[in-house]
Design a protein around this ligand. Structure first.
Ligand code: PLP
Length: 502
């Protein structure tokens, strides 16, 4: 009897599902997701910092009812998440996600193609290649090949590995960097932290990075870049790569890409553009001169579909000018793979294009949304985000308690300055930094808006980055008063005596 019961229980939760079971559970999950999407605006954008929820939960010894599990997971996720799809989520550079992408991920997971090789994922490889070409076409980049990766960090790192192989030489793959002169890579001080990880993990060490000063707009100073390259060459170092950023993570500044491109030409350096955030703005005619033109000459560009194409995480993309550049940097041919023999309509075997071996089907969610929304649709979505950020900046500038600090692309920054305080002297600035840092925490925990911060000229500023197709004008207009309200309450608690009567 005991044995029978065990068998029944096991059968009830067999790893595979009957068609009827899958259909019922699928509808259940989709119903829950539909409710979430419908109600998201009314939920707190972020759950306040709280207790851990799963400490008492142990791995079940026998299986659990799948219907119960889906409800349990939905309850946990819908009640305790930071919703980057919420109309008032403007933190970091994290976008709202297309519902089309969620459905795409379901399809992709069901087929479970391994997009490491064209044999294992024939249609998936073709879709990935087409997605990459469409992205290149959207921004007017002449290269047609690339690879999808987990995000901007991996796309940028792969560019560094491709640059090292291409500019230093084939031998680097075998001999490593030990026998090399000191390799040098150049980027502005505002470059994203991926470069630290990449130089560290590549064995170059972070001192390989030459941080070039920026102008008052946060853009790389090309005169200082030239001086540094010349100095390093005189010292016997080996410059190999310059990174230009198209939309810095703090303020959205765009480096002078055309000038950098010319300098890379002159010194025979790899020109990489980190456009994880901003490169997609090149689809707008108003960015022709500052983005699109300079991007044409890049050897590689990193772009995040999970930022301004609103793809669900994870989706980064690396584009290269020459098809061979990725294969040369990443391909090995072990005896247990015979993929080359298959020649599947000359489709890429993507395991040769990057560091991954088995690869998931990241392209589908992007490919579907590109077709669903279309070029014109994407153009107006980006333009709308940019316009909302500009309006936000103007509303901030018009508010008596807020100082507008910077605006670029879809990023506006500001800080709260209580009435009676005049910024500038050291003590006041120190207090303003402390106050605005506390204010950020208050706002993040308040559940009304989610923003992050930047540090500009040692000033701690609040930063809103709108990469969100749900944000409306009303959301933007509600922001300044909310910040001022939280700010005034904090100032009453925090202001030190010596700053009180001015
Ligand atoms: C977001 C971002 C990155 C990192 O991308 P992930 O997708 O978070 O890995 C790198 N550079 C820039 C400019 C970015 O905006």
């Amino acid at each position: 009897m005991a044995n029978d019961k065990q068998t029944t229980q096991h059968a009830a939760h067999s790893i595979d599902m009957t068609p009827q079971e899958f259909r019922t559970l699928g509808y259940q999950a989709v119903d829950r997701v539909t409710d979430l999407l419908e109600n998201m605006r009314n939920l707190p954008v972020a759950a306040p910092e709280g207790q851990r929820l799963l400490v008492d939960r142990e791995m079940p010894v026998v299986g659990t009812s799948p219907a119960q599990l889906i409800d349990d997971a939905a309850n946990l996720l819908f009640n305790h998440s930071t919703f980057n799809g919420h109309p008032r989520f403007w933190g970091y550079i994290t976008s709202s996600a297309t519902p089309m992408g969620a459905l795409g991920d379901l399809l992709a997971a069901a087929v479970n193609a391994n997009v490491g090789s064209a044999q294992l994922g024939p249609i998936a490889s073709e879709i990935e290649q087409q997605t990459i070409r469409w992205i290149a076409d959207l921004i007017g980049y002449p290269g047609t090949e690339g690879i999808l990766l987990s995000g901007g960090n991996m796309a940028n790192m792969c560019a560094l590995w491709a640059a090292r192989r291409n500019k230093v030489g084939e031998h680097i793959r075998k001999e490593g960097i030990a026998a090399e002169k000191k390799l040098r890579v150049y980027a502005s001080r505002e470059v994203h932290t991926w470069l630290e990880k990449a130089t560290d993990l590549s064995g170059l060490g972070t001192t390989a990075i030459r941080y070039i000063p920026t102008d008052e707009q946060g853009r790389l100073d090309t005169q200082r870049l030239r001086e540094q390259i010349v100095r390093d060459l005189q010292d016997g170092d080996r410059p190999f790569m310059v990174v230009g950023t198209a939309g810095t993570v703090s303020t959205g500044a765009i480096d002078p890409l055309s000038k950098i491109a010319a300098m890379c030409q002159e010194f025979d350096l790899w020109f990489h553009i980190d456009g994880a955030y901003g490169a997609l703005a090149a689809m707008l005619p108003e960015y022709e001169t500052i983005l699109r033109q300079g991007m044409r000459d890049a050897d590689s560009i990193a772009i995040d579909p999970h930022k301004w194409l609103y793809a669900p995480l994870e989706a980064g993309c690396l584009l290269v000018r020459e098809t061979s550049h990725l294969k040369e940097a990443f391909s090995f041919h072990p005896s247990y793979y015979r993929f080359e023999d298959n020649h599947r309509n000359a489709l890429p075997n993507y395991y040769e294009y990057g560091p991954q071996n088995s690869r998931g089907f990241r392209a589908l969610k992007i490919w579907l949304a590109l077709q669903h929304i279309g070029r014109t649709g994407y153009t107006s979505l980006l333009r709308e985000n940019i316009s909302l950020a500009r309006i936000l900046y103007a509303e901030i500038a018009a508010h008596p308690a807020l100082q507008a600090c910077s605006y670029n692309l879809s990023i506006a920054t500001c800080r709260y300055i209580p009435a009676g305080l005049v910024p500038g002297d050291e003590q006041t600035e120190a207090y303003l930094n402390e106050l605005n840092e506390a204010l950020l925490k208050k706002i993040q925990n308040g559940g009304e808006f989610f923003i992050s911060n930047a540090v500009i000229d040692r000033r701690f500023v609040l930063r809103a980055c709108i990469v969100n197709f749900r944000t409306t004008l009303e959301d933007v207009r509600a922001f300044p008063d909310t910040v001022a309200r939280y700010g005034a309450a904090l100032d009453t608690q925090m202001r030190p005596k010596h700053l009180s009567n001015r």
